[in-house]
Design a protein around this ligand. Structure first.
Ligand SMILES: Cc1cc2nc3c(=O)[nH]c(=O)nc-3n(C[C@H](O)[C@H](O)[C@H](O)COP(=O)(O)O)c2cc1C
Length: 221
């Protein structure tokens, strides 16, 4: 255990768990919060600046937030180029990061000025959206076209503003490689999505071995 550990016993007589107040810090080499809430799907977000420069960046503080309407959201630690573009154009793309695209996804996270096109940087081809002007990753088996719903400043429980921004958008168009549709059902595992979790630099794969089937309980008559 690291020396700076500020964990204490929970003293709940039921568990042997340790506890830390977030305000005091965890004292661990890597924030356990990021490893516990995981693996997280990756929001591989494509956008275009008003000047027309394509932008691509991964955000793992990302998820689907609602199914009808289909809404996705991601948070940006600071007002990054992605957020600036989306705030101006009010549209963006989401692209599925898969095992074969892992290296390109990582390269697209480089911190570069807004005039640098991360599609070029990562050796990817941008394709055009059909209902938005956002570029999409042609190599990705799935892309969403999204329209901005809102950009929300992340606040703490006392209402104090943080430097982070939550970008929420409605999925208005879906592109799927038909190779991943089996009898009309989208095969999540076959697309081999990658997810973020664990320690620094750790990722997880999803494949058929991770799948199990369980139906919801029947509503009592
Ligand atoms: C797998 C992965 C996940 C990331 N998740 C986030 C995230 O959730 N929030 C964030 O602000 N940055 C995240 N980053 C860093 C951004 O991708 C990086 O800052 C990028 O340069 C932002 O691009 P932009 O300035 O063009 O918007 C992540 C990077 C990687 C490789």
């Amino acid at each position: 255990m690291p020396e700076a550990l500020v964990f204490g016993p929970c003293e709940d007589n039921l568990t042997d768990r340790r506890f830390y107040r977030v305000a005091d810090g965890h004292g661990l080499p890597h924030d356990p919060f990021k490893a516990i809430v995981g693996p997280r799907p990756i929001g591989w977000i494509s956008s275009r600046s008003l000047a027309g420069v394509a932008n691509l960046a991964p955000f793992s503080f990302f998820n689907a937030l609602s199914s009808n309407p289909p809404i996705i959201g991601f948070s940006s630690d600071g007002w990054k180029d992605t957020v600036q573009n989306i705030s101006e154009t009010r549209e963006f793309g989401w692209n599925l990061a898969t095992a074969s695209l892992a290296r390109a996804m990582n390269e697209s996270s480089a911190t570069v000025p807004p005039e640098v096109d991360e599609f070029d940087l990562a050796g990817l081809r941008p394709t055009e959206g059909l209902v938005t002007k956002a570029p999409l990753v042609a190599e990705a088996p799935v892309s969403f076209e999204c329209k901005l719903s809102e950009i929300v400043r992340v606040k703490d429980h006392q209402g104090a503003a943080s430097p982070n921004w939550l970008v929420i958008g409605e999925v208005v168009g879906v592109h799927i490689d038909p190779a991943f549709l089996v009898d009309g059902l989208y095969d999540t595992a076959a697309a081999a999505p990658i997810l973020r979790g664990g320690g620094p630099g750790d990722y997880f794969n999803v494949g058929p071995d991770q799948k199990f089937v369980m139906f919801r309980p029947k509503t009592p008559a």
